[in-house]
Design a protein around this ligand. Structure first.
Ligand code: NDP
Length: 419
């Protein structure tokens, strides 16, 4: 029996709310709270007639701590699912601590304004100390570990697919398949086609900031930096076929390398078509990916936010997208003294995801794990308090829930390796 607030009403939130409403025995009361109330009301209208979950809606500015505290105090949620943007993670975590409720999100904190002097200073220090340059890192949210522990509350960090399921796959591989893991490649393939020359499958601002950043991987205890999109490989994905993929920084490399220091090398690859890369390079070359505001006809605008306004809304791609995603982890390591390889992954069909929830598979593969993670907390299956990523919990019940509720695992003991 749970009372849940979902913050955000975009693609990921819409899938998660759809899925929560399929389990009214767990999600008894659910409030959809976002910036644009009409979107929350429209979703409630669509779902309420077919679910016993009692849905309410609320207009909220998640940047306003006082507003959040007042709202949480009034609604008294057991859990707040932050499925809006990562810019608000810390504020929402503060409100959860004050109002004594659990917290869950799907992306690591990053600031909206990357020119803010205090943040910039710490960012430059992190580059010197750790040698990775992504705008997001877990240090800000891990600083809440003790506070959540002392309050007996869980802040489940990064409970989407990647980050999220990929870390549960690592915990699962370590529990069942390996005595020691030596290498890990995380492969994220989107074989979907939406028919637009350019569109992103989740929030364009977050997506483009991630993809256009300098890339890196983790090897022998060090971050190795390489220029954006400079390492390209091809891989033949089950359910999708041959695709070009590029090495990127991704937040779970940071948590996996911290929690499993035995892993000698961790890399993350994502597939992109040539049209995506050509457009992205062009946007970057003309300054449209900049997060620094400029004056335009007497008004301050942020180039990347202006670009976002021009691009298709990811939540609108559902009816146009065909094909499949394939996301998973390939390991090498040792079990019972013998070297072995292991691949665990999920294949998700865009059209089936759309049929069930009205959204394409990128939102689906993020929203379903968010619902399953919420279930682990509300059903008291995961009880360890603190601000924790998924490696810190027993992967079995979570992966069983994914198997049952839309994202079944596939396994291979003889996968093709990435060079
Ligand atoms: P969308 O842009 O579709 O949705 C974001 C939602 O948050 C919108 O409803 C928006 O409101 C709302 N919002 C934004 N700012 C505020 C605010 N200040 N107060 C209240 N509500 C606000 O994003 P997605 O659904 O595509 O992505 C959601 C999250 O999931 C992102 O953090 C993304 O990085 C993450 N993600 C994680 C993945 C994973 O595998 N772990 C994969 C894909 C995404 P409005 O409607 O008014 O714009």
């Amino acid at each position: 029996m749970g009372r849940v607030i979902v913050i955000g009403c975009g693609g990921v939130a819409t899938v998660a709310i759809n899925k929560c409403c399929q389990h009214p025995e767990v999600f008894e009361d659910l409030c959809i709270a976002s910036r644009t109330l009409s979107k929350c009301d429209a979703l409630k209208e669509k779902l309420q007639k077919n679910t016993k979950t009692n849905i309410t809606t609320k207009q909220i500015d998640a940047n306003n701590l006082t507003e959040l505290i007042h709202f949480f105090d009034e609604y008294k949620p057991d859990l707040v699912m932050n499925l809006g943007l990562p810019y608000q993670n810390l504020i929402i975590m503060d409100a959860c601590l004050i109002c004594k409720c659990h917290y869950l999100d799907t992306a690591a904190y990053e600031p909206e304004d990357t020119d803010e002097p205090n943040w910039r200073k710490r960012y430059e220090e992190r580059i010197k100390e750790k040698n990775f340059t992504a705008y997001f890192d877990y240090s800000y949210q891990w600083e809440y570990k003790k506070k959540f522990e002392e309050a007996g509350l869980i802040a489940l960090l990064g409970c989407g697919f990647d980050p999220g399921v990929t870390q549960a796959y690592v915990a699962y591989a370590k529990k069942h398949e390996f005595d020691r893991i030596d290498t890990l490649d995380i492969l994220d393939c989107n074989g979907g086609d939406h028919g637009y020359p350019f569109a992103t499958n989740f929030n364009p601002e977050i997506n483009l900031r991630e993809v256009s950043s300098e890339a890196d991987y983790y090897e022998n205890g060090k971050w190795i930096r390489v220029p954006a999109m400079s390492i390209k490989r091809q891989y033949d994905f089950d359910g999708v076929g041959m695709k070009d993929m590029y090495l990127l920084h991704h937040e779970e490399i940071e948590s996996i390398s911290t929690i499993y220091p035995e892993i000698k090398r961790i890399r993350f690859y994502m597939t992109f078509g040539q049209s995506y890369i050509t457009h992205m390079n062009c946007f970057q070359n003309v300054g449209l990916l900049s997060t620094t505001p400029i004056m335009y006809e007497g008004r301050e605008i942020t180039p990347i936010q202006f670009l976002k306004a021009l691009l298709p809304d990811p939540a609108s791609l559902g009816p146009r997208t065909k094909g499949k995603t394939n996301i998973g982890c390939i390991f090498t390591g040792v079990k019972d003294g013998k070297e072995k390889k292991y691949y665990i992954y999920n294949v998700c069909d865009h059209e089936e995801a759309y049929k069930e929830t009205g959204l394409q598979a990128i939102s689906y593969t993020t929203g379903v794990p968010a619902m399953c993670g919420a279930m682990m907390i509300l059903n008291k299956i995961w009880t360890k308090p603190g601000a924790n990523t998924l490696e810190e919990y027993d992967p079995d019940p979570f992966i069983e829930a994914l198997d049952k509720y839309g994202l079944p695992k596939r396994e291979s003991y003889n996968p093709t390796m990435v060079e």
